[in-house]
Ligand binder design. Structure first.
Ligand code: GMT
Length: 376
């Protein structure tokens, strides 16, 4: 099959999932065309089956805001036509689903029928999509897609709650290639660099946006550190970084916190960690938590959105109400209390991660592609 993948090329979960999906499809012999504004960060893989088409945005001085959606639509028309794509798979509804709809209509005028599959990832529905300034277009673009998927059951329910959807929504969860994480963990894991005296290591990975509630990461860490000597590793960067620097001074924890910035592959850091913290306000799935679990790191998270589908309370870690930092800290202490308990949670987290292995999830996408093509 010749598949066009449209995604954000950045560190966000939707871009990571789209890129990993493209890589896996290419390995299975499909021809994969990434169409986006820069090389996806996780596209660290050379294959004769992978192609990249850059969407260049005009810098015409009249535009205060560049019309990305229009240039993307034009690029999709071009790539579908000249590469003879069989289908387009767009990740993140805004503006990819509506850009694909526009391209589909233009191509239809030329007698080309291109099926469009839209995968909803989270904030495109839970934060942005339901905003009245986007809602009518998003509802329309989702309904016009030939097939729609959501990355968790919770996201499917949110989509049905906030939008008038006339299409079935298939739940296809996010995935990881479990073997990659364990292999790398074994070869590159050097805990002593971060915890020379055997301290417990907590970690958080995100894009440091408000929705991630990184203040709560620091507050949970402060409480845990009162009981056990521990270190906190922060991976990522974003708008909340300045606030975090301020807060760690207030809490007097900066000396035990290492900020690593944006890292393409967090595996060598995850493998040194004892606990992953994800106290998000909302999270449709929590790919970062799944990546941690694949490295045998249990998760302390909130119970919002799709997180309880991934992080099973009392088994792979614990889930708490949003903002309940006391409960999160107590749960962290329960896991870190002794090595036997920590070991049990680590193994259970890993067992859960295996359910989301690429081998389980890739066939679901391939089946949906085949069905969509048949119906188109
Ligand atoms: O979490 C983010 O802010 C990034 C965002 C994205 O779209 O890239 O992540 C969303 O999609 C991920 C992949 O499907 C999910 O694992 C995240 O839970 C989801 N984020 C939110 O719902 C906040």
């Amino acid at each position: 099959m010749k598949i066009g993948i449209v995604c954000y090329p950045t560190f966000g979960g939707s871009g990571v999932v789209a890129t990993e999906l493209g890589k896996a499809l290419a390995l299975k012999g499909h021809q994969v065309h990434f169409i986006t504004y820069s090389q996806p960060v996780r596209l660290d893989f050379i294959s004769g089956n992978i192609f990249y088409h850059e969407v260049s945005v005009s810098d015409y001085p009249l535009f205060d805001y560049q019309p990305y959606e229009l240039v993307l639509s034009s690029k999709l028309v071009d790539v579908v036509k000249y590469e003879k794509l069989d289908l387009l798979h767009v990740h993140y509804a805004i503006p990819h689903a509506s850009a694909a709809y526009m391209a589909k209509q233009i191509l239809a005028k030329e007698g080309i029928n291109i099926p469009v599959i839209t995968t909803l990832h989270g904030t495109d529905i839970t934060l942005l999509g339901k905003d009245p300034s986007f809602e009518p277009v998003i509802t329309f673009a989702i309904n016009q897609s030939d097939a729609v998927t959501a990355v968790s059951d919770s996201l499917k329910q949110d989509t049905l709650k906030y939008f008038k959807i006339e299409k079935p929504i298939h739940v296809i969860p996010n995935f990881i290639c479990v073997d990659d994480y364990i292999q790398q963990s074994k070869s590159e894991c050097d805990k002593k660099q971060f915890a020379p005296y055997g301290e417990r290591i907590l970690i958080h990975v995100s894009n440091f946006r408000k929705v991630k509630r990184i203040d709560d990461v620091l507050r949970v860490f402060e409480k845990v550190r009162k009981k056990y000597s521990s270190k906190l590793i922060l991976v990522g960067d974003g708008p909340e970084r300045a606030n975090i620097e301020k807060l760690c001074r207030e809490l007097d924890t900066c000396n035990d916190i290492r900020s690593m910035g944006k890292i393409t592959d967090p595996t060598p850091l995850l493998c040194v960690a004892d606990l992953f913290l994800l106290p998000s306000e909302t999270e449709s799935f929590g790919l970062a938590a799944l990546e941690a679990m694949a490295c045998k790191v249990p998760v302390i998270s909130t119970n919002t959105g799709g997180l309880p589908e991934v992080n099973i309370n009392g088994i792979t870690g614990y889930t708490s109400n949003v903002g309940d930092v006391d409960d999160m800290a107590n749960n962290a202490l329960k896991i870190l209390n002794d090595d036997a308990t920590l070991y049990k949670f680590k193994e259970q987290a890993y067992e859960q991660a295996k359910k989301y292995d690429l081998g389980e999830v890739l066939p679901l996408y391939e089946k949906l592609y085949a069905e969509t093509l048949k119906q188109a």
